[in-house]
Ligand binder design. Sequence first.
Ligand SMILES: Cc1cc2nc3c(=O)[nH]c(=O)nc-3n(C[C@H](O)[C@H](O)[C@H](O)COP(=O)(O)OP(=O)(O)OC[C@H]3O[C@@H](n4cnc5c(N)ncnc54)[C@H](O)[C@@H]3O)c2cc1C
Ligand code: FES
Length: 287
Amino acid sequence: MAPAASSAAPTIVGTDPWVPRRYRVAGRRRETRETVTIELEPLDAPIDPPEPGQFTMVTAFGVGEVPISVSADPGTGAPLSHTIRSVGAVTAALCDARRGTVVGVRGPFGTDWGVASARGHDLVLVAGGIGLAPLRPVLQRALGERDAYGRIVVLVGARSPDDLPFQRDLRAWRTHLDVAVEVTVDYAGPGWRGDVGVVTKLIPRVPFDPTVAVAMVCGPEVMMRFTAQALEARGVDPSHIRVSLERNMKCGIAQCGHCQLGPVLVCRDGAVLPYDRVARLVAVWEL
Ligand SMILES: Cc1cc2nc3c(=O)[nH]c(=O)nc-3n(C[C@H](O)[C@H](O)[C@H](O)COP(=O)(O)OP(=O)(O)OC[C@H]3O[C@@H](n4cnc5c(N)ncnc54)[C@H](O)[C@@H]3O)c2cc1C
Ligand code: FES
């Protein structure tokens, strides 16, 4: 639960899912050249704590509203956090938001990664670039109850070392001897001693048991498609592979149809979906 923002009594906005609650930017951290994490504290009654994998609709007032996943697990006491890549008007405004800026938040919406259902399994998290943001709360939660899981593997691919988000977290996660963290980049700069190439090439060599693994995959659609195929080739059951889809969203609450993908409304049925449910839609993912 996010901490209270001020000594003033919060305004109760109500439960109308269309009405944004006001939050203030309380913390701001630059992750990469084009990515910023903002931590929000409520000015109105806070939204319900999101589960890892859920998203909220975040308003930059006067600019617009966009869906953004939570990037920290409120269950660990973290404030409501979003990690945002600046790609257009709204995300640029949110990335530029200074401490004290008031933004709007609706949600939480959508399905979650189902972290609890992965207890007793090996956990394989595969991220492409900022796709690590929605997976970060999964790892935070799993590390908080480490004995509940088998092996934990984190695979991250990025364009270049400078495009790697959460570098501080990656260093911290590497100190856990029972967590395998592997990073690969498309373009290595001087001084890079790690892997070069696509993230899928790490899958055959990392230590996990495919017969008991639950995989959670987030990144560009083409990356998720090839990752799912590589996981299947390693022996992971497609029903144990979860992917997070992105589609243009306007309402976030299954009212406008903007996020439709065949029979799926991504805001309602996703964003996290089992791969075996969406594999047949793969051909239209890029539409
Ligand atoms: C469920 C869900 C969760 C999301 N979580 C996050 C998150 O945690 N962090 C985050 O930064 N973004 C996230 N996104 C993507 C984010 O919502 C979009 O980047 C945002 O809507 C773009 O709005 P804009 O007004 O800034 O840019 P627009 O003007 O809408 O788009 C600018 C340009 O960027 C392109 N673009 C739009 N979306 C993307 C994208 N996702 N990736 C690459 N190019 C894009 C557009 O095609 C256009 O060319 C999520 C989307 C969904 C559906
Ligand atoms: S965003 Fe409106 S129906 Fe999904």
